[in-house]
Every structure is written in structure tokens, then in C-alpha cells.
Unconditional design. Structure first.
Length: 657
């Protein structure tokens, strides 16, 4: 809480010191200043990005640039749309394919399968804690004509709130800084599920006046803490499902334990810079040559703490003060050279080096077998990338290969897209990835005896063939056909019914088809649909996903008070078919396969009223308002009920100075 207050204080102090010119956003996204003449962000050009000329009355909204890690550039969007409604959540992205737990900041059960297509190295474990962990590709950079601030606020569940405060400024045309902090504290409605998280981000971008040298850098520090209770006890599940008013206060339901917590902490320093040896002098220049370098260091750890041992995880080596802690230090650097020619296209070659150090402080002796304490070493990789537009077709390909080191890995991505006109475009892609399983599959130590292993699994190989169509008439359609070999997973074994890592030797076939389309009618109404169909062929039953997932929103939109207020209100319906939903293990912070019971097939209705006034967007939602009518059989994971009915409020406020 103190961190949140500090960041808000700094942001507002920055606003006051720089000086704010108040304004309101026009219907076209521009800002109208309170001046005697109509001076907006949508007309004219920016005179300066220097802090010395801060009152820039001719800045356009399109000049407030957001630059991704891959150098894709967009600009600040202050409109109110159904997509903004879908993204107004803790993750601040559309979570259609995720099912949240009962408290904000807890984990999410995945309703589809998504993998990192360009990964050559294993990932750190505790993946259930990583949904809100900001990776390199989640950090954006900025270029703005005047200082820009965004404040996000949303209520949580019982004695809590969430805030994301962001500020960026260009001190000159060459140099930009941004600072942000996202904080959450929420008590939750069940016993011992407090969440307390923080994501601090600092970025800077620099370019020389002659546009030969460009640099983007960021520092990120994150701590994500969750109290854990092991879910509602089996003998209390009938009380939850009964609907008895005595148990609608979820705090009276008994949970498996009330003395545990896990935390994921990490800090990262990242620099990506480029220098043009041959710089294009104008738009018809035929040759361009630049060298690039990436330097990244990340230090993170995952820790599980519990006051007393519990039979939930089996036997332990000690009865009190239980603590597991695993760390990863990862240093990566890449040197690349890029040549661009209007005939052959854009070609890049790179060489990468990774030093990794994963593990624990001491070795373990389990059943007369030593389990090492460290996986550490060096990996050298090579990569390439190619881009070219031929007769309107945009071609992109990239590949990577580990050539030296203990971890084998390779990937290949290729896609082609074509835009016929503003109403129709299509594309196709093929992907192949082979990499070692995540670190916690290979090595894990714990004070609980069952959670100690050192394995020698094969690389998991994934092949994907995908197609997509974007049509004004048909909507957006995507189809992926996947084959997965040597898939690794967690599952309770048949001996002591405790979670262990496994690898299947059977091939898994997975098809995913997704359709999105909005229909406008009676001028003010919109029906927006997102439907996902999945089919899994898996004889081993270790890869379980719902066959059908749908989200449908009926919305009314209109303007009031001489266009000063833009209002959107409607109902959203969410549903996924029943399937053998993965269970959650709080010690590992991982999901595991279970085939004992089906979960799902419960409808979720949300009623929302959203409004935009000037530069502020206001959100009010009655979540899962049908929960008392359609039966208390809703779960995010076995023994972890989904959210009850709740009314929540929030705002997003943009300041253009």
C-alpha cells in the first residue's frame, strides 16, 4: 500500500511541476484544450518534444507513440470500445482463454494451450505465478511530444484495491523516460488467500540526432505474493454447493491449511541497442546495414513457506518452519548484423550467449540417491531472420539453434500474409519448436519428501500449422493445427496420490479454431461474439481442454449531454464446456493433470455500464450476477471455487500535459 501511495504521489508531483493544460477528448480521439480557439491534438504538428517547450498546443494523439520490444509502433488510444472492456482487468489484457481464481492476483486456469514459439532455453518453474510476471516482450517504450500520464484503478475483493500508475516524458527529441508501478492488495472471500503484488518498471529510449544510434533499456522489479490454503476441504464441498445461506459467507468454509504462502520475485536489467553503419539517406535508398546488441540479466526466485507440516503434501523432513527456495540467474547477450536491400529484403544473422545458474543451496539425499543442487552452464546459439514484401505478400521467417552447451534447442517460424483491401486479409504460418522442459521438471528440492527429483526428460517438440482470415463480412477467423511430442506434465501418481513430473511418449494432436465477429443493428446496438473450438487427440489423457468456449456481449452505445458523455452498457455471457480441468498445486505453483472429475458447463453473466467523459473512462460491473440462480457448481480448479456475485468499479484516466 505504501508503494502505491508513493508512486501516485510522484506521478502527481510530476504533473504539478511540469504544469498541466486541461482538456477534453473529442470524438475523433483528439484533445481539445481550454483555450479561446479550437486547439486540438489532432491538428498541426508538434513543435518540440523538449521539456522546455512543454505546453505544446499542436500535438496530435498519433504522436504519443508506444513502441514494443519487436519495434511495432502504435499510439495511445483513449477511446472506449468493447475491447477496452475485455482488457479492463488485473492483467490488463483480454483474458478470454483464462479462468481466474476467486481472488484478484491469484492464478488462472488455462482454457487453451499457448506455448512460447521462439524459446531455446527452459523456462523458470512456478508457471502459475507468472501470469502477471512481466517478461521482456511485455515492456513497451515511448516517444511523446508532451508528458503523458495514465492511472488505472479497480476495486478488489475485501479490503483491497489495484492500481497501475504510469508516467512518461521526452526530455528532448532524442531521450525518453517512463516510470510505472502496478500494485495490488486483496484479502479475498475465502480463508487465507490474501494477495499482495507489485510490478515496478522503468524504461528509457535514446537516439542520436543523426539517427544512427538507437537504444532501448528497462529495469523491472517484481514481487508476487499469494497466501495459500490448498482449496476448500473435500468434506466442505457439499456445503459450498448446497447454496445454504449459512455458507454464502465463504469465510466459514474450512480449507486444507491456513499457514502457507508462496512468492515469486525477480529483477531484470535489459538493453537493446543498434548502430547504422550504412544509413538510408532517403526513402529510395537501396542499402542499409546495422549492427545490434542485446544484453539482459535477470535474477529471480520462487519461495514456498509454511508454518507447520501438512499431510496434504505427504511426509516432510521437519515439522515446523518449512521453507523451499529455488533461484535462477540468467545472463543473455546477442550480437547481430542486419542488411536491408529493396531487392533481397531484410536479412539478419545473430550469435547469442546464455549463462544460466538454477537451483538450491545444497544437495539432497533421498532414498540413498543424491539429487544435485545446481543446473548451471553456458549455451551458445545462432539465429537468423528474413523479411520481404513480394507482390503484396509480406513474408517473415526466423530460426534459432543452440550449437554449444548442455541444452539442445531449435525453432523455426515462417509466415506469409496478404492484405487485399481494408475489408479482407489473410495469412498462414508454420512453427516448429524443440526445447528442454522447464527447470522445475528437471530438478526440484523441497522439505516435503515427495517433492524431490532429478530427471532426464527429452526435449518437448511442437509443430504448428496455422491460418487466419480477417474479413469485414466474416470476422476474424484463426485455425491452428498442432502436434506435440514428448509432452511433460505434472500428475498425481498412483502410489501415494501426490504430484510428480511425467513425460508422455505418445504424440498429441491439438486443433484450435477461433472466431470473432461483431454485428451492429438498430444503429446503437452491437452483438460481439468470440467462440473457440478445440479438439484433442490424446490416448494418454494428459492434455485436457474444453471443447467449446464462448463469450457473447450484447451492448448498447450512445452519446449524451451534447456528446460530453459516451455511454456503453450491456451484458456479457461466458461459458465453456465441461472437461477434466487441471488441478492446482500450491507448493509447486503449477497445474497438474487430473482425470477423476469433470468441471465446467456453468454460465457466467456480467452486467456492465461504462462511460467516457473527457479523458477519463469509468467502468462499473456486476460480475457473475447469476451465481445464486444457476447453481453453486462453479470452479476455477478442483476444490477452488470460482467467484461469486460481486460489484466492482474502476477508472482509467489519461493526462496530456
Amino acid at each position: 500500500m505504501r508503494k502505491i501511495i508513493l508512486v501516485v504521489f510522484l506521478v502527481f508531483c510530476g504533473n504539478l511541476l511540469i504544469g498541466q493544460t486541461k482538456g477534453r477528448l473529442n470524438s475523433d480521439g483528439s484533445v481539445e484544450r481550454n483555450t479561446p480557439y479550437n486547439d486540438t491534438l489532432s491538428r498541426g504538428s508538434a513543435k518540440s518534444t523538449s521539456i522546455k517547450d512543454i505546453k505544446n498546443l499542436e500535438a496530435r494523439i498519433e504522436q504519443y507513440l508506444i513502441i514494443s520490444e519487436s519495434n511495432d509502433t502504435t499510439y495511445v488510444d483513449t477511446t472506449l470500445t468493447i475491447q477496452k472492456e475485455y482488457k479492463f482487468n488485473y492483467l490488463r489484457r483480454d483474458n478470454f482463454e483464462l479462468l481466474p481464481f476467486s481472488n484478484v492476483g491469484q492464478s488462472y486456469n488455462s482454457l487453451s494451450y499457448i506455448y512460447k514459439k521462439d524459446a531455446l532455453m527452459p523456462l523458470f518453474g512456478a508457471r502459475a505465478r507468472h501470469f502477471n510476471y512481466m517478461e521482456i516482450e511485455d515492456i513497451n517504450y515511448y516517444e511523446v511530444p508532451t508528458p503523458f500520464t495514465e492511472l488505472y484503478y479497480k476495486t478488489a475483493f475485501k479490503q483491497g484495491q489495484q492500481l497501475d500508475a504510469f508516467f512518461t516524458v521526452n526530455t528532448s527529441k532524442q531521450l525518453n523516460f517512463s516510470i510505472a508501478y502496478k500494485g495490488l492488495r486483496s484479502l479475498g472471500k475465502y480463508q487465507h488467500i490474501l494477495t499482495s503484488t507489485g510490478n515496478f518498471r522503468f524504461t528509457t529510449s535514446y537516439k542520436t540526432k543523426n539517427n544512427r544510434y538507437f537504444a532501448n533499456a528497462h529495469i523491472v522489479m517484481q514481487d508476487l505474493m499469494n497466501q495459500e490454503n490448498g482449496g476448500v476441504r473435500d468434506d466442505n464441498i457439499p456445503f459450498f454447493e448446497s447454496g445454504n445461506p449459512e455458507f454464502t459467507d465463504r469465510g466459514v468454509l474450512a480449507v486444507n491449511f491456513e499457514d502457507a504462502e508462496n512468492i515469486l520475485k525477480g529483477k531484470r536489467f535489459h538493453l537493446d541497442h543498434n548502430y547504422y553503419l550504412i544509413k538510408p539517406k532517403d526513402s529510395v535508398s537501396k542499402n542499409e546495414l546495422r549492427v545490434s546488441n542485446i544484453i539482459s540479466f535477470e535474477d529471480k526466485y520462487y519461495e514456498y513457506n509454511q508454518d507447520r507440516e501438512t499431510a496434504y503434501f505427504g511426509e516432510s523432513f521437519q515439522t515446523s518452519g518449512l521453507r523451499d527456495r529455488v533461484t535462477l540467474e540468467n545472463f543473455n547477450t546477442e550480437l547481430g548484423i542486419n542488411y536491408k536491400n529493396n531487392i533481397i529484403g531484410d536479412v539478419k544473422f545473430s550469435v547469442g550467449y546464455t549463462n544460466y545458474n538454477y537451483g538450491y543451496d545444497k544437495v539432497a539425499l533421498i532414498n540413498n540417491q543424491y539429487i544435485t543442487n545446481r543446473l548451471k552452464g553456458d549455451v551458445v546459439s545462432v539465429g537468423g531472420q528474413y523479411d520481404k514484401t513480394i507482390s503484396g505478400f509480406k513474408l517473415h521467417a526466423e530460426a534459432g539453434l543452440n550449437v554449444v552447451g548442455d541444452f539442445d534447442g531449435n525453432y523455426l517460424l515462417a509466415n506469409a500474409s496478404y492484405r487485399l483491401n481494408d475489408k479482407f486479409s489473410f495469412g498462414a504460418q508454420i512453427n516448429h519448436n524443440s526445447r528442454a522442459p522447464n527447470y522445475n521438471y528437471q530438478l526440484y528440492q523441497s522439505v516435503y519428501k515427495n517433492y524431490n527429483w532429478q530427471s532426464n526428460f527429452n526435449n518437448t517438440e511442437t509443430q504448428q500449422l496455422g491460418f487466419n482470415v480477417n474479413s469485414k463480412l466474416l470476422g476474424t477467423i484463426s485455425a491452428d493445427f498442432n502436434t506435440i511430442n514428448d509432452y511433460t506434465y505434472f500428475m498425481k501418481d498412483g502410489i501415494d496420490d501426490l504430484v510428480k513430473p511425467f513425460q508422455t511418449d505418445q504424440s498429441i494432436s491439438y486443433v484450435k479454431v477461433k472466431w470473432e465477429k461483431g454485428f451492429d443493428f438498430f444503429r446503437k446496438f452491437t452483438l460481439y461474439n468470440t467462440i473457440m473450438y478445440q479438439n484433442v487427440q490424446d490416448d494418454g489423457m494428459v492434455f485436457n481442454l474444453p471443447e467449446l468456449t464462448t463469450r457473447n456481449t450484447l451492448m448498447y452505445s450512445n452519446r449524451f449531454f451534447k456528446n460530453a458523455l459516451f455511454l456503453q452498457t450491456g451484458i456479457t455471457f461466458n461459458y465453456f464446456s465441461s472437461y477434466k480441468m487441471d488441478g492446482y498445486d500450491p507448493l509447486l505453483a503449477e497445474f497438474y493433470v487430473q482425470n477423476n472429475q469433470d468441471y465446467g458447463s456453468f454460465p457466467r453473466f456480467d452486467f456492465f455500464v461504462n462511460a467516457k467523459i473527457s479523458q477519463i473512462r469509468i467502468y462499473l460491473k456486476a460480475e457473475h450476477f447469476n451465481s445464486a440462480w444457476t447453481g453453486y457448481d462453479f470452479y476455477s480448479a478442483p476444490n477452488y471455487p470460482y467467484r461469486d456475485f460481486a460489484v466492482r468499479f474502476g477508472v482509467v484516466w489519461n493526462f496530456f500535459l
